[in-house]
Design a protein around this ligand. Structure first.
Ligand code: GCW
Length: 717
């Protein structure tokens, strides 16, 4: 080859690698690369050569587009997709849009699955066995199509297939804590993806990709604005912009919801009050709802943070949360909208124990909420900690549909530099037994409405999405978005199965990769607990931005300080929430209460959440409490080192850019895990006055060093 030829060749190589988008993570788990198993790919090519997608709506067009894109990528071949059934091998449709499906004897089955559920199976149509993806609703067929693509992405055979899916919850939402200036509260992946300035005329292609990604995991609603709300989002200027988004999301079955600032009637309505019992205020909200629905006919409803952390609310007028929620609910009811009223409340007076407050305020209101009101409860009684026991309101409110609020963004879990797969955290809460109606009354059954027979049911996940090219900052943050959506669809899925799916779809089906990366993901949450807050410790993060350790934090209101939560003294450590302490245990049903209350039976992972324990308390391992704390912190930091080694071992099995991105972040995580370990142990050592066992590498910095570290401009606030 001449020099010129070589140059030309190199240029071509460069161009093709950038043209194929490199592997920058933008495609998420919808990365449709050729099925690695060639035999299977050829089989799929034969099975999926000709497809009919019935119907002529925006949703069926979206299905066709997705399938075209998916099959072209996965099968490396153009498939023939038609909108009329003329003897193809695959038929996707509803009884309403396909006479062939209407003629099949499956209507009962489809009705049971509902219009978001679907059936994927073989059926005889016009004397020939074909693969059918059917639902009573077109959104159901969209979900079914994504499922079909997932089968290909994860290399499942199609022969003899029978899949009948129905979501376990009605409302599966993302909550964006996005501000109108595009900053994202507790966001670590850049700025908000909502480009308010250019909406509605400029529709960023990301909006559609956002909708595709969410629909692929069954998410059917999004609250686009922060719960620390700005009333301006309710003005016509923004409502028109929202309409631009709603039009993109609608074909994908995603409804828009807004946060409603309780004082909006004053701020943008010119009224002197926002009292929910004032008729003018009530009328203002009714008019506002009518105005919103005139612009966005399928608007979902309002999410409200009231009387919490300085937000206005009904208590400003001596009204209850129920009176506030019902006023909004009545404005939305004629249009079919819902209110999601958050239970994350705490007042200006510092309580004996902040963990008590939500239950104390909401439990007595159980009878008072209108039918279209959810109470949205964070998974634990404090605030999205690496580990918390489940919130005592789960199971306690029988009359009110309770919505789960999980935090996908890693406010307290290392922002976007720590690899922490959150499905084990979500599952631990969902699988916990509330004993509300005896054994087996899991949180999942509260959430899916089955325990107390509610027709409304749902989950909300505080989004980790920003305008970073890969959406979530950390490539593995995508797994948390993915797993959250799948669990909202069905809380019974396992963390393991979801990790498996996600790895295969995002990286590779190569068993050598999965064998290493799956266990690494599954262990990662416990690892973070170990190096941050083991044994039931909580809220030991730095002041305000919550990044890094801060057990010494002692400014601001007491229940925002670390000392309030760890209560370390010369005798021991931990928050006494037993019947002889703050009595928070008594908010649980008796079986759970007794379990946590008794030092003998309280699981060690919650020990310091519920008990104040002497430093020399004997632990199950044979260590003293202090010895066990040292053990946990050191093992946490060591586990991150193991993650680094594991990741290095799969270097050659995936795209170099992806490999390197995670490698660099793991390095940050390894250093920060040591920072956490040293800072916490040195700090608590002041109280325990016990040595860190000499078998461990001793901290190389002093406590003062760690306490004097100051950081400016930490993202997320
Ligand atoms: O976790 C805390 C966060 C706040 C957040 C609040 C809430 C949106 O530190 O940033 O505010 O919870 O959930 O309302």
């Amino acid at each position: 080859m001449s020099k010129l030829n070589v140059l030309f060749f190199l240029l071509l190589l460069l161009m093709t690698s950038t043209a194929s988008g490199a592997e920058d993570g933008y495609d998420l788990w919808l990365r449709y690369v050729p099925v690695e198993n060639v035999q299977l790919r050829e089989k799929y090519q034969q099975q999926l050569q000709n497809v009919a997608i019935s119907g002529h709506s925006e949703t069926t067009a979206a299905i066709a587009e997705e399938l075209q894109r998916g099959l072209k990528g996965l099968l490396n071949k153009d498939c023939n997709i038609q909108s009329e059934y003329t003897n193809q091998q695959v038929l996707i449709g509803t009884p309403g849009n396909s006479p062939e499906i209407a003629a099949l004897n499956i209507q009962g089955q489809l009705n049971e699955l509902g219009n978001e559920g679907y059936l994927i199976t073989h059926q005889i149509v016009k004397g020939k066995a074909i693969l059918l993806v059917a639902s009573t609703g077109e959104i159901g067929t969209l979900y079914g199509t994504f499922h079909l693509l997932r089968l290909l992405q994860t290399q499942q055979p199609l022969a003899g297939i029978y899949i009948a899916e129905r979501p376990k919850t009605t409302h599966r939402l993302l909550n964006h804590w996005d501000n109108l200036d595009r900053t994202v509260e507790r966001g670590y992946a850049g700025f908000s993806i909502w480009d308010w300035h250019k909406l509605p005329d400029y529709i960023d292609p990301r909006y559609k990709d956002y909708a595709r990604a969410n629909a692929s995991i069954g998410i059917n609603g999004t609250v686009v604005s922060n719960v620390n709300a700005n009333a301006l989002i309710l003005t016509p200027h923004y409502l028109n912009k929202l309409n631009g988004l709603a039009n993109v999301f609608r074909p994908y079955g995603i409804k828009i919801y807004l946060t409603a600032r309780f004082s909006a009637p004053i701020e943008i309505g010119g009224l002197p009050t926002a009292d929910p019992l004032n008729e003018e205020v009530q009328q203002w909200w009714k008019n506002k709802a009518n105005e919103i629905y005139a612009i966005i006919p399928d608007f979902g409803g309002f999410l409200v943070k009231a009387n919490s952390e300085g937000q206005p609310g009904p208590q400003d007028y001596k009204r209850t949360h129920a009176e506030g929620a019902n006023m909004l609910a009545r404005a939305l009811a004629p249009h079919g909208g819902v209110v999601m009223w958050r239970a994350f409340v705490y007042s200006h007076e510092v309580p004996v124990d902040r963990a008590l407050q939500a239950y104390n305020e909401f439990k007595p209101l159980d009878e008072d909420f209108d039918d279209n009101v959810f109470v949205q409860v964070k998974n634990g009684p404090i605030d999205f900690q690496p580990r918390e026991p489940f919130h005592p309101l789960f199971g306690a409110m029988e009359q009110t549909p309770i919505m789960m609020e999980f935090q996908i963004t890693q406010e307290y879990l290392g922002c976007a530099t720590h690899l922490v797969y959150l499905a084990p955290l979500f599952k631990e809460v969902l699988d916990a037994d509330t004993y509300a109606k005896g054994k087996g009354s899991t949180v999942a059954k509260v959430i899916d409405g089955s325990l107390h027979q509610h027709t409304l049911s749902g989950m909300a996940g505080v989004s980790n999405i920003g305008n970073d090219r890969n959406w979530t900052g950390h490539p593995f943050g995508q797994a948390n978005w993915y797993a959250y959506g799948r669990l909202a669809w069905n809380p019974e899925f396992t963390a393991e199965a979801l990790a498996d799916e996600w790895i295969r779809m995002t990286y590779t089906n190569n068993p050598a990769f999965i064998e290493v990366v799956k266990p690494m993901m599954l262990q990662s949450r416990e690892t973070a607990v170990n190096y941050m807050t083991p044994l039931g410790l909580h809220h030991q993060m730095a002041w305000d931005h919550h990044w890094g350790p801060g057990p010494w934090v002692n400014i601001g209101r007491p229940d925002w300080t670390s000392k309030y939560y760890h209560r370390a003294d010369s005798l021991g450590i931990g928050f006494d929430r037993t019947t002889s302490g703050s009595n928070a245990v008594s908010q649980y049903f008796p079986e759970v209460r007794d379990h946590f209350n008794n030092l003998e039976t309280c699981p060690e992972e919650f020990l310091l959440w519920f008990h104040h324990v002497p430093w020399n308390h004997p632990m199950k391992s044979g260590n003293t409490l202090w010895g066990e704390m040292c053990e946990k912190y050191y093992s946490g930091a060591a586990q991150v080192k193991t993650m680094q080694k594991d990741w290095d071992s799969v270097k050659d099995l995936i795209d170099p850019q992806q490999y390197d991105h995670v490698r660099q972040l793991l390095k940050i995580q390894a250093n920060e895990a040591i920072w956490w370990r040293n800072a916490l142990l040195l700090y608590f050592q002041q109280y325990s006055r016990l040595p860190i066992p000499s078998t461990f590498e001793q901290p190389d910095k002093t406590l003062e060093y760690y306490m004097n570290l100051k950081f400016h401009f930490v993202p997320g606030i």
